[in-house]
Design a protein around this ligand. Sequence first.
Ligand code: HEC
Ligand code: HEC
Length: 234
Amino acid sequence: MTRRSLPATLALAFLYATAAHAQGAPDGQKISAQGANGAPACITCHGAKGEGNPAAGFPQLAGMGGKYLAEQLEAMANGSRVSPVMAATAKALDPAQRLAVAQYYAALPSPLDIDGLAATALRPVPPADTGAWLATRGAWDKNVPACNQCHGPGGIGVGDNFPGLAGQPAAYIAGQLRAWRQGQRPPGPLGLMPAVATRLTDAEIDAVSAYYAGLPKAASLLASQAQPAAGAKQ
Ligand code: HEC
Ligand code: HEC
């Protein structure tokens, strides 16, 4: 067995460190703005601040759990989550790039108006308002808990396992619920969402999706969305 002197070991460690630095961990922000390995820039569709594009049905990514986003990219890359739009993009990135870009989006500030959400959550809900009722009370006659019981007050999301729903485009939310009903999205933790989605009627899916899409977003975001979608031009 060879023994190296301490200075030699240090020099080696230094070399490894510099090599790692030169190679560089993937830069999540750069991937979002420029794409990588032929994958297009994420901002084109998901917005300059990860705020999504409600008109086009592109989901917001900012402030969601990093582990959750990385898992979704993985699922879209391996095809277990069927996404004609995202599959090639997710596949083009390697696992380290997927993780880096997921962590970049997780660290961006959520585009939601927290005070507005809190005020909405306190307002009484008429039972005839199917979407609001499902979100805040559930449908216990068929064992569907209130969505907010898992997705957090106001649907703001909880940690890495329960993604936020507030402010997501209605078409996106409805599309995901239908994907679970059709087995086109992996069951996720404990198979909770297939159990929920298969118990909802089409009308309930549309109502609850519209409810979340209509929850208040930060004023700054509304201003930026009032202009033609920045990404659409690119
Ligand atoms: C051409 C538009 C487009 C581009 C470019 C794009 N996305 Fe998407 N992305 C979508 C759409 C649409 C969905 C919704 C998935 C679906 O409906 O199948 C989505 C979904 C996602 C999701 C899942 C979100 C969730 O809440 O589960 C993640 C994560 C994601 N994209 C990350 C990225 C990243 C990272 C990039 C850049 C490398 C990127 N996207 C580029 C359109 C796009
Ligand atoms: C018992 C807990 C639970 C309840 C109740 C619940 N969800 Fe979920 N939901 C989850 C989990 C866990 C996930 C993450 C699944 C994954 O990782 O793929 C999720 C994910 C979702 C997503 C995907 C979000 C995205 O960014 O792609 C949508 C949409 C959704 N839920 C809608 C609803 C709606 C609407 C209701 C109420 C009718 C509801 N959920 C009730 C646990 C729950």
